[in-house]
Design a protein around this ligand. Sequence first.
Ligand code: FES
Length: 132
Amino acid sequence: MALNYTEKVMDHFLHPRNIGEIENPDGYAEVGSPVCGDMLSFFIKIGKNDNGDEIISDVKFLSFGCASNIATASMLTEEVIGMKMEDAKGFKFKQIVEDLGGLPEQKLHCSVLAVEGLQKAIKNYEEKKLKE
Ligand code: FES
């Protein structure tokens, strides 16, 4: 049975943004979905904006998963680059789903996984900072 993907999902799946690795990332996380076994790795770099707030200055990801795993991670990277850390921490999977024009019900967990990956990479950064 073919899944009903939007044009935007297909675009991000076929032309993923910010795919790859960041050397010496400030934060890193690997997450897996218990639903399907698909995986995502996230690499983040942290910088500061003109007001001195911490921001996500770069994000890259690697996917070992389905089409919407790739599309949702790609969309997320576009949305959080340049975002203040506080806002990135509150980033919700529903935002990705909305901006992709929707996802099939059985693929919603892919977007949840992408957000979980980002949150864990941020947590990894904060834990490293505490140890400095
Ligand atoms: Fe599980 Fe897409 S089917 S991440």
